[in-house]
Design a protein around this ligand. Structure first.
Ligand code: ZN
Length: 131
């Protein structure tokens, strides 16, 4: 199934854990694997804690590692090389076990859609495999 997301900033982390859990509930799959992926080249899927300061720290880290407009070749045709490069660091998917009808996440773990070139309309694919 596909999850539609409308992002509102150029760079932001959006917690999509509840939406994914809801799809698992509807699927009535108790044991299996949940693959969360995105087909965009300027966005990522990551797992971490949903704490306001930490989300800021993650975005600041990406900004430090991949500053905008640092002479990238892709900027000559599209002017968003930093967005692609940040997405490369994040990765486009995460796979998690499903147990007892729930995602096997740690106490503080949440799943985020990481927008690196918004605001845009985005799609996340949720693929469920029954064990
Ligand atoms: Zn581009």
């Amino acid at each position: 199934m596909k999850l539609k997301i409308e992002t509102s900033m150029r760079v932001e982390l959006i917690d999509i854990t509840s939406e994914i859990q809801e799809e698992i509930r509807k699927s009535e799959i108790s044991e299996g694997i949940c693959l969360i992926s995105t087909q965009h080249t300027t966005a990522g899927i990551i797992i971490n804690e949903n704490e306001r300061g930490l989300k800021e720290d993650i975005l600041n880290l990406l900004n430090k590692l991949v500053p905008a407009g640092a002479g990238y070749s892709h900027d000559r045709i599209d002017n968003n090389a930093d967005s692609h490069l940040r997405a490369v660091l994040l990765g486009a998917s995460e796979a998690l076990p499903v147990s007892g009808g729930k995602l096997e996440l740690g106490t503080w773990q949440r799943i985020f859609f990481a927008e690196m070139d918004g605001p845009r309309f985005r799609t996340v694919n949720i693929t469920l495999l029954r064990a």
